[in-house]
Design a protein around this ligand. Structure first.
Ligand code: C5P
Length: 222
């Protein structure tokens, strides 16, 4: 079987990483979470007190930052210059600033370069916002995952509650909607469905059903 590239895009909290991880597992492919890369840079920029509106400064910061995605038992570990920031990059403060950081050309250009390098050999499932449209335009399978904002907020709510964090549902809804708006309206490679992407509305689907649907698409293409 040919080892192909699978691109999974969609708005915040649509279940991309959950589904992408499972698909990668079944196929023994590498899973690449590009959102984690933007989060890692945001984490570092916040720590260094860099102005998040300053694209040049962020680009320079990225040049001296190594970001490693290492497979681990529960998915993936994220190392920034060797430091394990897997948990930190999911904190509210990072989540609510990442769309500011990811809008800059200086940042995106370098990230895209790194992401393409990771995918050259094929056998990858990559998730993000611009994978099918920009990072891997020749990916054999392109998926666009969506779900209602209510459903996405509810999933995030349950996920956080399990971790012992209780954020009001309305607040989560607003944060998700704000991030979607910034990601879809930015100038450089905004979140948009690739013309040749297969759209899946996961609002009332189980994770398993979504995974199986994607695996079916993969079978048709590899
Ligand atoms: O996927 P996740 O929600 O972790 O992504 C965090 C943020 O990183 C997004 O809201 C978006 O601003 C940015 N991002 C991006 N392009 C990607 C992946 C993520 O701009 N390919």
């Amino acid at each position: 079987n040919k080892r192909i590239q699978i691109a999974i895009d969609g708005p915040a909290a649509a279940g991309k990483s959950t589904v992408a991880k499972k698909v990668a597992d079944v196929l023994s492919y590498i899973y690449i979470d590009t959102g984690a890369m933007y989060r890692a840079l945001t984490y570092k920029a916040l720590k260094k007190d860099i102005d998040l509106h300053d694209g040049a400064a962020l680009g320079m910061l990225l040049d001296e930052t190594t970001i490693k995605l290492v497979p681990s038992e529960n998915g993936q570990k994220v190392l920034v210059n060797g430091e394990d920031v897997t948990e930190e990059i999911r904190y509210q403060n990072v989540t609510n600033h990442v769309s500011l950081v990811s809008q800059h050309g200086e940042v995106r250009e370098e990230m895209v370069k790194r992401q393409r390098e990771m995918a050259t050999e094929g056998g990858v499932v990559m998730d993000g916002r611009d994978i099918g449209t920009h990072v891997l335009p020749n990916a054999e399978v392109k998926i666009f995952l969506k779900a209602s904002v209510e459903e996405r907020a509810l999933r995030r709510y349950k996920e956080q509650k399990q971790k012992g964090i209780e954020t009001p549902l309305d607040q989560l809804k607003e944060e998700i909607a704000t991030r979607d708006k910034l990601d879809s309206e930015r100038e450089i490679s905004p979140l948009i469905k690739a013309e040749d992407a297969f759209e899946i509305d996961t609002t009332s689907m189980s994770i398993e059903d979504v995974v199986n649907l994607i695996l079916k698409k993969v079978k048709e293409r590899s």
